[in-house]
Design a protein around this ligand. Structure first.
Ligand code: S3P
Length: 429
């Protein structure tokens, strides 16, 4: 159980743990390339540890010590048929990207995860991978776990993804890398491009164009000796939001990944009127990184929809909290993908924010939040979803009385040490 209460202000200079999306890819891609890689700044959260354990079960030697990981791999052809079931825990990125890798391996594997994973749609990757020649089965005609995969020789294809999802795009790219011929994925809006960037650093040629990306099969990956993972902007979002809504705050978060496909939260903060500075921008392993400094300023509501949605999809729960403290109304639309995240984040955020007295209405594809709410501490629940747990903990910093977050251990999925960081930056007396 995590407890938060009204903060006097939020102040300090911190770093947040490594980027979840990039940490997964660092382990996956270095496990697919022959040789030894050292990963620094790895996120030792539950999701990325699930990715490590899946590759260990296929014979890759991986040593993890805090945020450092050493991967020694015999390369893609050295991956062994796993004797055990591959358990992805709570991680959608693990199961969907792994499916793309396993689709091209000529052995059998079974993927399972927790209760949340069992409810999340897998057809979005299963269908295109089957079209490429993989044999995949699962509950409800392959839509739900457990997934049984028998991979093999794949053929390249053109695929129009109905959703802007980096997990879908990446699964197809990773299958395409092992396929015969050219694979092209089109997506309705550009989703995060960490796969494209990191594969390029592994010597793989991709052609990214407006609306999609192509990859020629059969390219050999060149192992990276060192991979440095930047801080996760999706984790930074929670502490930045805290400083944005608690009067008198000033906070610096150093070394945060600011890949333009992830910085929708910066655009929203600025448009809401936050006093935010992006400084010291540099490139690290093909990914832009910067220091972010935010000072309290009164926020105003706004409309959020369209192409920005995939650029801030994971930040919508905390944006809803900020919107409850802004002047005016905030409307979030085109975000139906929220329904198939770790929880249905539209329903769950509405339910939890209402417990604290916020005025928020669910819609078919988002929510409408009235600003200016005087929140009251409540007994909230993470519903097993890390981002819901953290959002409600931050809401507690502007609420009257105490806010309790039940099942707060879910936060370890992406932000181990969250409670400790809050202790460091929250001034409450
Ligand atoms: C991720 C992609 C996003 C995001 C998730 C991580 C990734 O999911 O919500 O937290 O690492 O590729 P979708 O691709 O389903 O939008």
């Amino acid at each position: 159980m995590l407890t938060t209460k009204r903060a006097k202000r939020v102040a300090g200079e911190i770093k947040v743990p490594g980027d979840k999306s990039i940490s997964h890819r660092a382990v996956m891609f270095s496990s697919m390339a022959k040789g030894t890689a050292r990963i620094y700044g790895f996120l030792p959260g539950a999701d990325c540890l699930s990715t490590i354990s899946c590759f260990q079960k296929m014979g890759v030697s991986i040593e993890q010590n805090g945020d450092q990981v050493i991967v020694e791999s015999a390369g893609l052809d050295g991956l062994n048929e796993p004797h055990e079931i591959l358990d992805v825990g709570n991680s959608g990125t693990t199961i969907r990207l792994m499916s793309g890798i396993l689709a091209g391996r000529s052995f059998h594997s079974t993927l399972i995860g927790d209760e949340s994973i069992a409810r999340r749609p897998m057809k979005r990757v299963v269908e295109p991978l089957k079209k490429m020649g993989a044999r995949i089965d699962g509950r409800a005609d392959g839509n739900f776990t457990p997934l049984a995969i028998r991979g093999g020789q794949l053929s390249g294809m053109e695929y129009h993804s109905p959703v802007a999802s980096a997990q879908v795009k990446s699964a197809i790219i990773l299958a395409g890398l092992q396929a015969e011929g050219l694979t092209t994925v089109y997506e309705p809006h550009l989703s995060r491009d960490h796969t494209e960037r990191m594969l390029s650093s592994f010597g793989v040629e991709l052609n990214s164009f407006d609306g999609g990306v192509s990859i020629q099969g059969g390219q050999v990956m060149r192992q990276q000796e060192e991979i440095h993972v930047p801080g996760d902007i999706s984790s930074a979002a929670f502490v930045l939001a805290a400083a944005a809504i608690v009067p008198g705050s000033q906070l610096t978060v150093r070394g945060v990944g600011v890949n333009p496909t992830r910085t929708g939260i910066i655009d929203v903060l600025l448009e809401m009127g936050a006093d935010l500075k992006v400084e010291n921008e540099r490139i690290q392993n093909g990914e832009p990184v910067a220091d972010l400094t935010i000072s309290y300023a009164h926020l105003k509501g706004m409309e959020i929809g369209g192409a920005i949605i995939p650029r801030l999809i994971d930040e919508i729960p905390i944006i809803a909290v900020m919107a409850s403290q802004a002047r005016g109304t905030t409307i979030i639309r085109d975000a139906e993908e929220l329904k198939v995240k770790e929880t249905n984040r539209i329903d769950v955020m509405v339910q939890e924010l209402r417990k604290m007295g916020a005025q928020v209405e669910p819609t078919e594809d988002g929510m409408i939040i009235q600003g200016g709410a005087n929140l009251t501490g409540a007994r909230c629940h993470s519903h097993g979803d890390h981002r819901i747990g953290m959002s409600m903990a931050i809401a507690g910093l502007v609420a009257e009385g105490e806010t309790f977050i039940e099942e707060a251990e879910a936060i370890n999925v992406s932000f181990p040490g969250f409670e400790q960081i809050l202790k460091e930056i929250v001034v409450d007396s």
